[in-house]
Design a protein around this ligand. Sequence first.
Ligand code: ADP
Ligand code: MG
Length: 281
Amino acid sequence: MTDQTTAVEHDPGATDALLGPDSARFRHDYLEARGLRVAFGGFVAVRDVDLTVAQGDLRFLIGPNGAGKTTLIDAVTGLVPATGSARLGRTELLGRGTHRIARHGVGRTFQTASVFEELTVLQNLDIAAGARRGPLTMLRRRGAVPEAVEQALEVVGLAGLRDTPAGVLAHGQKQWLEIGMLLVQDAHLLFLDEPVAGMTQAEREATGDLLRRIGSQRVVVVVEHDMEFLRAFADSVTVMHQGRVLAEGTVAEVQRDPAVVEVYLGAPAQPGTAATTKEDA
Ligand SMILES: Nc1ncnc2c1ncn2[C@@H]1O[C@H](COP(=O)(O)OP(=O)(O)O)[C@@H](O)[C@H]1O
Ligand SMILES: [Mg+2]
């Protein structure tokens, strides 16, 4: 990581401008999954999952490798067929195509950053913004940088790197760019897959602060295995195991839950050591 990377600070003022100064705009946002089930042939990867996440509740989703975390995200974002129900507010997401779900305000990042490497930071954000602009708006805006893109650059701390090709960004900066792309797409429900893997401590803290600010205005679900990061930033935690929800609560509650300790350590609880091993990479 470069010094430039760690020196970057995300801009809280711009966050208010982009997300709204208070929670009024998205006050009613929540994800509500009921009886969510995904089967691959005869193998059931997600079963009987009930999950409710409200705006303002920064939720971490953890669980051993193969627990079904990514499949759950795939189901809600339309990448794999699922049964049961997954609603954003009153809108049922299951059964819609990925594009309709995205247009309805559901966005995700992938473990491997999926930005356009040859394009600049600004171009990546502009394309993301264009994904929800009609052709007429595109024509009107040609040459001008949309307001939401300018704000997103500030929010994710990449304003100084706007003309840098995304491919040369540090890993952390790519994650921030992806988060910025979700914001300009006006995603109300954001799934982030291991956003701080490979980040420096300073980048982790900047990312945690960023997620807190976004999470106060949007519905945010973070899959993350870094327990220090989880303890610092999670409002609540859902633990999955073998496709089911094993436990849910505050960090302290799930850390002392015997079933969680069993799954992570295969042994009785030892103070301060719960949920630190057997995590997937
Ligand atoms: N496309 C697929 N076809 C068959 N099995 C799959 C597929 N995707 C995931 N699985 C299986 O579903 C289970 C859950 O996987 P996944 O959701 O990736 O777990 P996690 O993200 O919690 O590590 C694993 O056993 C995995 O092998
Ligand atoms: Mg996964």
